[in-house]
Design a protein around this ligand. Sequence first.
Ligand code: 13P
Ligand code: SF4
Length: 319
Amino acid sequence: IEQTLALLERIKSLLKEKNAAIVAHYYTSPVIQALAEESGGCVSDSLEMARFGKNHPAATLIVAGVKFMGETAKILSPEKRILMPTLEATCSLDIGCPIDEFSAFCDQHPDRTVVVYANTSAAVKARADWVVTSSIALEVVDHLDSLGEKILWAPDKHLGGYVQKQTGADVLCWDGSCIVHEEFKAQGILDLKKVYPDAAVLVHPESPASVVEIADMAGSTSQIIRAAKDMPNKRFIVATDQGIFYKMQQGVPDKELIIAPTAGSGATCRSCANCPWMGMNELQNLAQSLEFGINEIRVDESLRLAAMKPLQRMLDFKA
Ligand code: 13P
Ligand code: SF4
């Protein structure tokens, strides 16, 4: 404990010394989320991380999340130095959508408006007409559908299918998925509902359709946290990364939050519903990155300018 406290103090003084702020995602560890908040940074979903980083006056942002979040910060704030605790923290959606194959897919469907999820590389974003996060995807696609546009969606097939169902738009989907959310099982949730019939089911729409179908509410991480406050239920079954429980529980201290069952649930499962890449963010590597300026995110300038257009379109859509 003493070591951790010393590390926290060192990071706080480094943040001041380097004129830096921490931008963290809800899936990082509680200690990182608490540090981000205490030190004047933010803990949020991926849309608010992008907005916060762009608007914050710090010269350096340290992005505690996964690589696409660091790249998004750099694309929107080229004048800032963007550091990450590790550059190894990626995302199965990003990995599953390599630019060459994606570009060829777009070339085959020139009549479609290309909408990509934020969980993609800068190169994939640069090929898109729109970037969306899960908190704004429905509204953007609904808007495009009302203009009569047909959509090419990538990379998450589950979120794409959900968006298609909700909006009725013509959506052609890339075949990608999140290794964390894909593990949630509808049958396990239904079994748990028998034990806790009063519990409402809150799910992230990266989960399979069978899971989203039985949900009382589907939405982004911040929308899930809000739903727990707004809904009258005293108990929730939650299908998203367990990291969310830290902030969620603070908002509803008198309510019970239960993680939804996954394929690996049971006594043998220590890490279910925990994104392995988000877990790579630690106090130690965060401190080192800040102290020595290592793990800096760089994005080629022409790529950055191309990727900024669809990202800025998203931020302007709902300012
Ligand atoms: P949110 O935008 O809902 O925070 O989601 C990001 C993410 O990676 C979910 O797995
Ligand atoms: Fe990517 Fe899934 Fe991890 Fe989110 S939880 S960063 S979508 S692998």
